[in-house]
Design a protein around this ligand. Structure first.
Ligand code: TMP
Length: 254
């Protein structure tokens, strides 16, 4: 089988050249890392589940009028996406105190926040994705003030929609990370949602029991990691037909 040219390999995904100009193939790995690569492991079947979960959420958001990079899923581990210029800012949206916010400010995990909080981190592994202010983003030209306004407005719309969608499945969307990119069409530039939305990039807690059903199970050695990702997919009604066990390796099945 003809191998496609690899464009980029990240911690959880690989990007290949797509079949047409302006497209890429996004391949989801089972590799998991935490604490900026200090902790490494494999979550069997994670790539298959995240491919499906991210497809589902990007499609629903697209129907809501949120522009995304997603075109279509190709197979169990790959999706076709539009090539965008990634804005080097990770947007973290928080509804409930957890993780680094709890650590930084001494707010117990699980405390409801008075309102949703949006944070920006500079996407730079060497620096450990540091938290930055809006001022840094615009002063250093990572995004213009207009782009940042658009990113904030899209992030809040995404938050309203996804919080409701997850709540309907008995999951609380505690916090999550989004990435955006610039997409050019006929000399016009649009900001679109990129990367992925999955239990790798979200904290999702059971509404009744507060059980964690996300990557914190891996980060904190809580066990039943695969099962947690499967449970999220099951609640969204999208467990892959044949289960999460697919062929090993990165061959493309068309
Ligand atoms: P934090 O509490 O560690 O800052 O994480 C906030 C949210 O962002 C959480 O849902 C996990 C997600 N996240 C990522 O997707 N990638 C990252 O590199 C980090 C640090 C967090």
């Amino acid at each position: 089988m003809a191998r496609r040219r690899q464009i980029y390999e990240g911690k959880a995904k690989v990007l290949f050249e797509g079949p047409e100009p302006g497209t890429l193939v996004q391949y989801f790995k089972d590799d998991a890392t935490a604490f900026n690569n200090k902790k490494k492991g494999t979550i069997t079947g994670k790539g298959v589940l995240n491919n499906r979960i991210s497809e589902f959420l990007m499609l629903r958001l697209g129907e809501m009028g949120i522009p995304t990079h997603f075109i279509r899923r190709l197979n169990m581990r790959e999706q076709l996406i539009r090539q965008v210029e990634i804005i080097p800012v990770e947007v973290v949206v928080r509804n409930v105190a957890a993780g680094s916010l709890s650590q930084r400010l001494g707010i117990p995990e699980g405390s409801a926040l008075p309102r949703s909080i949006v944070e920006y981190c500079y996407k730079n592994d060497e620096l450990n994705d540091p938290l930055v202010a809006e001022e840094h983003v615009t002063a250093f030209g990572w995004a213009t003030p207009q782009e940042l306004d658009e990113i904030l407005s899209l992030s809040l719309r995404i938050n309203d929609y996804l919080s409701g969608l997850f709540y309907g499945t008995g999951l609380r969307l505690v916090d999550y990370k989004l990435e955006f990119g610039r997409l050019w069409e006929n000399d016009q530039m649009r900001i679109v949602l990129a990367d992925e939305i999955s239990p790798d990039s979200c904290r999702l807690w059971d509404v009744e029991t507060n059980e964690k059903l996300d990557k914190d199970r891996f980060r904190r050695d809580l066990g039943s990691v695969e099962e947690a990702y499967q449970e999220v997919a099951r609640r969204l009604g999208i467990l892959p037909e044949s289960g999460p066990n697919d062929v090993p390796g990165s061959e493309t099945l068309q």
